[in-house]
Write a protein that binds this ligand. Sequence first.
Ligand SMILES: Nc1ncnc2c1ncn2[C@@H]1O[C@H](COP(=O)(O)OP(=O)(O)OP(=O)(O)O)[C@@H](O)[C@H]1O
Ligand SMILES: [Mg+2]
Length: 255
Amino acid sequence: MAIVINFGNHKGGVGKTTSAAITSYLLSKTNKVLAVDFDSQGNLTSFLSQRNIYDFEGKTVLQAVKEKNPRPYIYSVSDTLDILPAEDFLSTLSQFLYKEYKGDPNLLLKETLDVVHNDYDYIIIDCPPNLGEQTINALSAADYAVVLLQSEPFCFDALDRYLEFLESIQNKTNPKLLLAGILTSMLDARTIIDTSILDQARIDYEDIVFNTVIKRRSRIKEFTITGISDHTKQDKTALQQYMEFTEELKQRVQK
Ligand SMILES: Nc1ncnc2c1ncn2[C@@H]1O[C@H](COP(=O)(O)OP(=O)(O)OP(=O)(O)O)[C@@H](O)[C@H]1O
Ligand SMILES: [Mg+2]
């Protein structure tokens, strides 16, 4: 039975996809993992597959949810890491949900992933930067939510709104959803504003904030182009912080 973990925040460019991708990769070292790209930008798809997202046209999570069967659309990155890819047409999901689909529009992804629930130890879902149907479906399918906080004032201000949104999902569509924690990403430790936002987050949200903080590292950005590797010292240094986060996450989501 998989533990389903969602990476989200309605703010754009805060490290959701990068964190979902590297966490999926690290978890897959010792577990069977399915990474679900539920953002029509397809960034998780290109990050993990290192292929052009249009290679997957007609073979994505959109077809999987329409047929409520992910199996034909799962792409294997390695023996232990699979992805359910996305590309632009995922943005037509709401049209399908409200014009054609007869069931509960909030639970379509959950019902689709239930088909492969026993095939994986972890299912990781990457969300788009909004609070629309895709995010509602992704959170309704999850056991745990990881909330990204970029140490940046606009993102900090939006955090309460996102946490309220999680609560509304718990009340309406997914009572078993739990908050795994708030992950601070892209911290520039040399910048006073960044460290003061982290300090404030720890005061306001206490131990909900993960102890691990993801710092800004150019190698992490390069991974999006080169794929994730752990050969050089630079690779290992960049991955180390995510290794610590992954261990902390595993502890927090133990069933
Ligand atoms: N720790 C890091 N160090 C340096 N660059 C990073 C780090 N984390 C993410 N980035 C870069 O920041 C940018 C935004 O990251 P990412 O795409 O993961 O954010 P996102 O929240 O998924 O964005 P969106 O809201 O558009 O989906 C990317 O160019 C990524 O390579
Ligand atoms: Mg993203």
